[in-house]
Design a binder for this molecule. Structure first.
Ligand code: AGP
Length: 608
């Protein structure tokens, strides 16, 4: 996620700001920049890539000043490059701004500003803010920021400086964290306390709709009506390592707990409830193509292949389009049947997986249209596909994929809605899906609130040597995903199977040493799973059941039960996977293993 640091005081800000950005590197980024007030005006240095590239740019052309702002960018609009890196400026170059968040109405605002003579240099949504402030500026920076933000829809955490009102930093927050650091004769602004912890432990957290005006000797917090707001000062007692993980022991656990917010980000502006359909801006595919395509191939690897299996069930059930799911490593060497009427959906968190990239190129060579469901903006797959749906899940640091998986399933549900409402799905049926989507963040939170119960269950299986995961229908891919999570971070052998497959062999494995996880919410195939549970119990197996309701037929047969809220069948995977992520995490953590960087694994497999 993007990072913001700002300083106003007596010291030279250059090194202080760059070091502050280094404290935010763990959050993931693709470019960085800094702006300083140098006595004559605003001077800026930016660079694509790591902060070392920014340091090189500063070394080549030094800048000095004691008021400045700096930023690490995780691209959402516009590829990662120097031009799109923050800070961004107005036409006169006297205003400089850094921004975290997404300006949803940036296109009409950009068009309006261009009509009044503003010229833009970047592809970002952020640049619009700098020009809006310029258009409103009348000598006072905070007043101009208030007027500009009144026109903005979306989320922001910003810090702004102006050579025409030079002794201050103005910061404002709506939906993207921002705090003030209080020093002696100096003040800071940051998106994350890690950036300023070495200078101060006294901070003021801004809330949504609040703004701060910082000078060397003072700070003031007000609302967007310019009314002063009284704020308490917090003292930070955490150490840096804890802060980078948001207080969680590992990035993986932090990312599991981020999922209510990350799936909300995936859905933001894309699920239109009143008409029961989805708006996907970047598809770049004509309505005619979407209405007449004759097959969809979904290709991916690992966890992304599991979400592809869920997408297949969704699209075939609701849009009635034939779907084939292919391991990318297999697809790239097969002789697949692909035509101009084929849509090849490519799913990849990193957007750099070699097998998936090669499979997409092969599909393109054969004439298919390609659609990337990718998290990393500006990645190779995202740049080479014909159209895309960014996951907006933020950087996923833990090698074991969690929040990317649930965002992939959400993106596939939105694609299903799009295709289905272009075919035979009614607005009523569409609304059932959009309303169920809207309920998911709170439902995930309900499951996360019971994490300690799942931790207790994990304690009983720390020494297990094998696990079986069983599910049917939409929850068979969840069984595969649960097994992958466990094996890749705890090194316990685990297999996922369709529950009915038990009787064709795996049931020979069942005894008191073989824990079996059933993913069995009350969906269309629940009753069939009940008999599978009974078969396992009859052979002495220990049974963990993820379910959504009390089931009399299973009374006394479940050793460990984990409840999830009820939803529609196609969206159960977003809920039933959460307990499996937590179960795998707690077992691995209790085995004292390196959960975030498991042995032999890389976060992005960029080689064959
Ligand atoms: C998932 O936990 C693994 N880290 C791995 O299977 C991963 O999903 C796979 O390598 C695909 O990566 P991608 O989504 O970045 O293409």
């Amino acid at each position: 996620m993007c990072g913001i640091v700002g300083y106003v005081g007596a010291r030279n800000a250059t090194t202080l700001l760059v070091n502050g950005l280094k404290r935010l590197e763990y959050r993931g980024y693709d470019s960085a920049g800094v702006s300083l007030m140098n006595g004559q005006g605003v001077e800026t240095r930016k660079a694509k890539g790591k902060i070392a590239m920014l340091e090189a740019a500063i070394e080549a052309q030094p800048i000095h000043g004691n008021i400045g702002i700096a930023h690490t960018r995780w691209a959402t609009h516009g590829p990662p490059n120097e031009c799109n890196a923050h800070p961004h400026h107005d036409c006169s170059g006297t205003i400089s701004l850094v921004h975290n968040g997404i300006i949803e109405n940036y296109s009409p605002l950009r068009a309006m500003l261009q009509k009044t003579g503003h010229t833009f240099v970047s592809d970002t949504d952020t640049e619009v803010l700098a020009h809006l402030i310029e258009a409103a500026f009348d000598g006072n920076l905070e007043e101009a920021v208030i007027d500009a933000l009144a026109l903005v829809e979306g989320t922001y955490g910003i810090a702004v400086i102006s050579a025409k009102d030079p002794d201050k930093i103005v910061a404002a927050r709506k939906g993207s964290p921002l705090l003030i650091g209080i020093g002696d004769g100096e003040h800071y602004v940051a998106s994350d306390v890690a950036a300023i912890l070495q200078h101060t432990r006294q901070v003021v957290y801004l809330d949504d709709g609040e703004m701060a005006i910082l000078t060397r000797d003072s700070y003031r917090v007000c609302d967007l009506d310019a009314k002063t707001v009284k704020k308490g000062v917090s003292r930070i007692d955490w150490d840096l390592d804890k802060i980078e993980k948001g207080g969680f022991a590992h990035f993986m656990l932090k990312e599991i707990f981020e999922q209510p917010q990350t799936i909300e980000n995936t859905m933001r502006g894309r699920s239109v409830d009143e008409d029961g359909f989805s708006k996907l801006g970047g598809l770049n595919l004509s309505k005619e193509f979407l209405q007449h395509l004759d097959q969809i191939i979904i290709t991916a690897c690992g966890t992304s292949w599991h979400s592809a299996l869920i997408g297949e069930l969704m699209i075939e059930e609701h849009a009635r389009v034939r779907v084939e799911v292919e391991y990318a490593s297999e697809f790239r060497y097969r002789n697949p049947i692909v035509s101009e009427q084929t849509l090849c959906v490519v799913i990849s968190q990193s957007g750099e997986t070699a097998d998936t990239l090669a499979a997409m190129r092969e599909a393109k060579r054969r004439g298919a249209k390609t659609l990337g469901l990718v998290n990393q903006v500006g990645s190779t797959i995202a740049r080479e596909d014909d159209g895309g749906v960014y996951l907006h899940a933020g950087p996923e640091i833990g090698v074991a994929s969690t929040k990317a998986f649930t965002s992939q399933v959400i993106a596939l549900a939105l694609l299903t809605l799009k295709l289905s409402r272009l075919r035979n799905m009614s607005v009523v049926q569409g609304r059932e899906i959009t309303q169920a989507l809207a309920a998911l963040p709170a439902q995930i939170q309900t499951i996360l609130d019971s994490a300690s119960d799942i931790e207790k269950i994990a304690e009983a299986f720390v020494d297990a040597e094998n696990f079986l995961y069983l599910g049917r229908g939409y929850n068979f891919p969840v069984a595969l995903e649960g097994a992958l999570k466990l094996k890749e971070i705890s090194y316990i052998h685990a297999e996922g199977y369709p529950a009915a497959e038990m009787k064709h062999g795996p049931i020979a494995l069942i005894d008191e040493n073989m824990p079996v996880v059933f993913i069995a919410p009350h969906d269309a195939v629940f009753d069939k799973v009940v008999s599978n549970v009974q078969e396992v119990k009859a052979r002495g197996g220990r049974v963990i059941v993820i379910t959504s309701r009390e089931e009399p037929a299973l009374a006394g047969k479940i050793d460990y039960e984990i409840r999830v809220p009820e939803t529609i069948d196609m969206l159960y995977p977003v809920l039933t996977v959460i307990p499996l992520q937590l179960l795998a995490y707690y077992i691995a953590a209790k085995r004292g293993l390196n959960v975030d960087q498991p042995r032999n694994l890389a976060k992005s497999v960029t080689v064959e």
